[in-house]
Write a protein that binds this ligand. Structure first.
Ligand code: SF4
Length: 347
């Protein structure tokens, strides 16, 4: 017979159960990779002990953009128009630096209609987690190729894609993003470690997750299927994440492992799989992505990390207090300050 103690549900450091990090029931197709990502996001926020009411979850349009509904019901949420999630996320992050901001997008939402907003968010290093659920097709409109589809990949109908793909990770690294990762919804352990590190990072954390569309793009000929991604997945390292509220055990093989401290005091340890892969080498990361693409491999892990780059809110010199909590007299410039501005414009 179970004791009273055994019946108590597990809780995190805030005393909350995982149930308090869940959202509405998913309406996506059974087996969709996006639902696996939803579960990983739920677990990462629960294990990090982030207060759900201190999270803003934002999205655009597409199957992926429905997923914020399926986690953290008590977080702030806004489902915007197609490709415009970055503007919403920037506004939320700038107006209230107490929030952890997560934007969920898809390959269509980001790599086509949202590209203009995406690239400027990256170069600003807006403090947020930018999650792309990448399946190479527009699932919501019956499976046309998106801009991340690989050249030569096939639709179920036999149509072949003859355009080269946009590599979102390569683009992000080149544009100055401070945290760039790729993962796969078939590798939940890796994905949860990456998401926890992304929560601990301050700056834009781009997490591009290959997330197979089981209805339109999970067949032989697809390069975004479960089978293809499993066969071609090449992790560049194993990731061990130690949150700030846990003491790291001493590593047994210190010479082998790169240890990087993150903004909130957490530590991420990289145990190499690719012998000389250094996640802090921007040029090396871009080179590795290009060479891997030529070999038909999909490198996964935290591909690039610059924990020292200032984020957009710091660059703007904004105060720590959320703008909504500032008194009117602090928000409005004084008459003297306005006079000064007017005089400077008349010169
Ligand atoms: Fe997922 Fe594809 Fe179904 Fe959309 S159409 S919910 S991406 S399986």
């Amino acid at each position: 017979m179970a004791t009273t103690e055994e019946k108590k549900p597990r809780t995190n450091r805030l005393g909350l159960t995982i149930q308090e990090y869940k959202g509405a029931k998913s309406t996506l197709c059974g087996g969709c990779g996006h639902d696996v990502i939803t579960n990983a996001v739920t677990r990462a926020f629960y294990e990090m002990g982030v207060q759900p009411e201190k999270v803003a979850k934002l999205s655009g349009i597409g199957c992926s953009s429905k997923t914020p509904t399926y986690f953290m019901s008590s977080a702030h949420g806004f489902n915007g128009v197609h490709g415009r999630m970055p503007a919403l996320a920037t506004g939320a992050a700038v107006a209230n630096r107490d929030l952890t901001v997560i934007g969920v997008s898809g390959d269509g939402d980001t790599a086509s209609i949202g590209m203009g907003q995406f690239v400027h968010l990256l170069r600003r290093n807006v403090p947020m987690i930018y999650l792309v659920e990448n399946n190479g097709v527009y699932g919501l409109t019956k499976g046309q190729f998106s801009a991340t589809a690989d050249i030569g990949s096939k639709l179920k109908t036999g149509v072949v894609n003859d355009l080269p793909p946009v590599d979102l990770c390569g683009l992000a690294i080149e544009l100055g993003a401070s945290f760039v990762a790729r993962s796969f919804s078939g590798d939940v352990k890796q994905l949860i470690s990456i998401l926890k590190a992304a929560i601990a990072h301050r700056g834009t954390a781009l997490v591009d997750v290959i997330s197979p569309c089981v209805t339109f793009n999970n067949h032989p000929g697809s390069t975004k299927s479960y089978d293809y991604t499993k066969e071609h997945d090449q992790p560049v390292h194993q990731i061990e994440f130690v949150p700030f509220f846990q003491h790291p055990e001493v590593d047994q093989e210190p010479g082998q492992v790169r240890e990087v401290p993150l903004y909130d005091g957490s530590v991420v340890r990289f145990r190499p799989v690719e012998a000389d892969y250094d996640p802090r080498d921007r040029i090396g990361a871009v080179r590795h992505l290009k060479l891997s693409a030529d070999r038909g491999e999909i490198p996964t892990g935290i591909l690039f990390l610059d924990e020292n780059r200032p984020d957009f809110v710091e660059l703007l010199g904004l105060c720590k207090t959320p703008l909504a909590e500032l008194a009117a007299e602090k928000l409005r410039p004084s008459p003297a300050a306005l006079d000064g501005i007017n005089r400077s414009l008349m010169r």
